[in-house]
Design a protein. Structure first.
Length: 187
C-alpha cells in the first residue's frame, strides 16, 4: 500500500485523533516531508480536511461519498494484503454471520506468540448464543481460541471512549468494510 493510502486509513480508523502533520508522520513511521506531501495530495482530492489549531495544522478524514468509497476499497485491500499467516484466520472469520467483524490484538503482530485471536463483532442486533456457537466452532478450526468482543451498532459511539474499543476499531476489518466506514462517520 502507498504511504498516502496508509495515511488515509489511519485517519479513518482514528477519527478523534488530534495529530498534526509531524505527529501523524511519527505515528506511521513516515518522514515529515512525505507525510506533508501526501496530505496536500489527499486534501486536494477532498479526502482529508485540515484545520489550524494555533500554529499547528490538524488533519482529519473527510467523509464524502468519494472518500468513503475509497476507504472501503482500501480496507478490503488491507485485508487482502495482511500477513500470510493471518489469511486462513481472515478467511474463516469472514464467514461469521455478523455485519462487521474486526480482527485486532496481539494476533496481528504474531499469531504464533498470541494467546488468542481477538475479534470485535458489531451488528444491529446481537445474538450472543449464535456468535458464541460460531466462535467456539472457529476456535476448533484455528490455531488459537477466538475471543469475541460484542457490540451493537448503536452502542459503539457510547463505548468509543474505552481504549479497548478504539484499539479494536483500528484492527483489520475482516467483514463489512462499507458498514465500518459508515459507522466511523458517526463517531
Amino acid at each position: 500500500m502507498k504511504t498516502s493510502e496508509i495515511t488515509l486509513l489511519y485517519l479513518l480508523k482514528h477519527p478523534h485523533s488530534e495529530l498534526h502533520i509531524r505527529g501523524l508522520g511519527r505515528e506511521l513511521g513516515i518522514a515529515p516531508q512525505i507525510t506533508s506531501r501526501n496530505l496536500k495530495q489527499l486534501e486536494g482530492q477532498g479526502l482529508v480536511v485540515t484545520k489550524l489549531l494555533g500554529a499547528q495544522k490538524m488533519v482529519h478524514f473527510a467523509f464524502s461519498e468519494k472518500s468513503k468509497s475509497l476507504a472501503a476499497y482500501l480496507l478490503e485491500r488491507e485485508k487482502e494484503e495482511a500477513a500470510s499467516e493471518l489469511q486462513p484466520i481472515i478467511s474463516r472469520l469472514n464467514k461469521l454471520n455478523s455485519k462487521i467483524v474486526i480482527l485486532f490484538g496481539s494476533s496481528l503482530k504474531n499469531v504464533a506468540e498470541a494467546n488468542d485471536i481477538d475479534i470485535l463483532v458489531i451488528d444491529n442486533e446481537l445474538n450472543a448464543t449464535r456468535i458464541d456457537t460460531q466462535t467456539t466452532q472457529l476456535s476448533l478450526e484455528l490455531p488459537k481460541p477466538v475471543v469475541p468482543l460484542l457490540l451493537e451498532t448503536k452502542d459503539v459511539p457510547k463505548q468509543y471512549n474505552k481504549l479497548v474499543i478504539q484499539k479494536a476499531l483500528a484492527g483489520i476489518v475482516v467483514k463489512g468494510a462499507k458498514e465500518y466506514v459508515e459507522l466511523m462517520e458517526v463517531l
